[in-house]
Ligand binder design. Structure first.
Ligand code: PXL
Length: 263
């Protein structure tokens, strides 16, 4: 049987981030991706020019019909576009009793534009994070969620613990945006903390790294991996995707998703 992942997020018409990156990543793992669209962005490799949320009832209806007909082995959430969509997605997760839920708490684009407002951030914290099986904030997102500032590896651990206190079963804080010769991610959950470390690649074309990481993780969970195994595979997968970055556009081009067996 084919593993299935429902990915709930926004569209980047340049194909770098959001649902396009998710679908390429899921396909690379041999997983069937099902895109539920929450927002359309007007975006190129340089900037997000505007964002346009889809109405909450249409988001809910997409989830309802696909789950009723096809079902899903895992769910991933990314950019949700409005506080009402965050609330709708939380309601849907609860209503359908979904458990293998990867929440990527997308707050801003790599180019710095905010992708959710303060009301959306509040609903994300109050309603969506407590439903997460795994949450995947980067360092800046972990800081926005918890107030814990992150400058080094030790802070990554503190921030991960603080996010976990908001309700997710597992939290991985990705440290790719921190300075240093190594990239370090920290996974906490199950009473343990694991550091994932790899040498930093110097790269320009890194658009979609966060979406690719969370999607690779969701794919591995849908395929039956436990969380530490899935996070380790996702960490290594993103590194190869960065190495395969596509030199496109005047800004940061998309990462290139390799076949999972080549990563
Ligand atoms: O990188 C987070 C992200 C998620 N989803 C969409 C995006 C971005 C960043 O640009 O455009 C649709």
């Amino acid at each position: 049987v084919t593993a299935r992942v429902l990915t709930i997020g926004g569209v980047d018409p340049g194909g770098g981030a959001g649902i396009a990156a998710d679908l390429r990543t899921l396909a690379a793992f041999g997983v069937h991706g099902m895109p539920v669209v929450t927002a359309v962005t007007v975006q190129d490799t340089l900037a997000v020019h505007s964002t346009h949320p889809i109405a909450p009832d249409i988001v809910a209806a997409q989830i309802d019909v696909v789950l009723a007909d096809i079902g899903a082995d895992a769910i991933k959430t990314g950019m949700l576009g409005s506080w009402a969509n965050v609330e709708t997605v939380a309601d849907q997760i609860r209503g359908h009793g979904l458990e293998t839920v990867v929440v990527d708490p997308v707050l801003a684009s790599g180019t710095g534009q905010r992708l959710i407002d303060d009301d959306g951030l509040a609903v994300l914290i109050e309603q969506l994070l407590p439903l997460a099986f795994v949450a995947t904030p980067n360092a800046a997102e972990a800081t926005a969620l918890t107030g814990v500032t992150v400058a080094d590896e030790n802070d990554l651990r503190l921030a991960a613990d603080a996010v976990q206190a908001l309700g997710p079963r597992w939290v991985v804080v990705t440290g790719g945006d921190l300075p240093g010769d190594d990239v370090v991610d920290v996974l906490v959950g199950d009473g343990t903390a694991v550091l994932l470390r790899s040498s930093r690649l110097q790269a320009r074309d890194t658009h979609g790294t966060g979406c690719t990481f969370a999607s690779a993780l969701a794919a591995c969970l849908a395929l039956g991996d436990d969380v530490p195994t899935a996070v380790d595979r996702a960490h290594r997968y993103v590194r190869v995707a960065i190495a395969y970055g596509l030199r496109l556009g005047a800004g940061a081009g998309p990462v290139g998703q390799p076949r999972a067996e080549d990563a």
